[in-house]
Design a binder for this molecule. Structure first.
Ligand SMILES: [Zn+2]
Length: 78
């Protein structure tokens, strides 16, 4: 589970972006932290980089395929 210390840096957001599931090999639509919704493994990734199968713990057959779900995304102030 993603952690944080300072609540001033995080804001609750009900965007449907948090409900989408992504297969490995898809470009990350947002920079941030993604969580595999099958095993809880988390990664940090830049926008446009490929969501990985490599380096991810092997799932058992019963666990099914890796599915990445956005946990926290970075807001880039320009
Ligand atoms: Zn997993």
């Amino acid at each position: 589970m993603a952690g944080y210390k300072n609540p001033a840096f995080i804001i609750k957001n009900n965007s449907p972006e948090y409900d989408k599931l992504y297969a490995p090999g898809i470009s990350a639509p947002h920079a941030g932290i993604y969580r595999c919704n099958k095993c809880g493994h988390e990664i940090g990734i830049a926008q446009g980089h490929v969501l990985p199968p490599q380096g991810h713990p092997q799932h058992s057959a019963a666990m099914g395929a890796i599915q990445w779900q956005l946990a926290v995304y970075a807001i880039h102030n320009k």
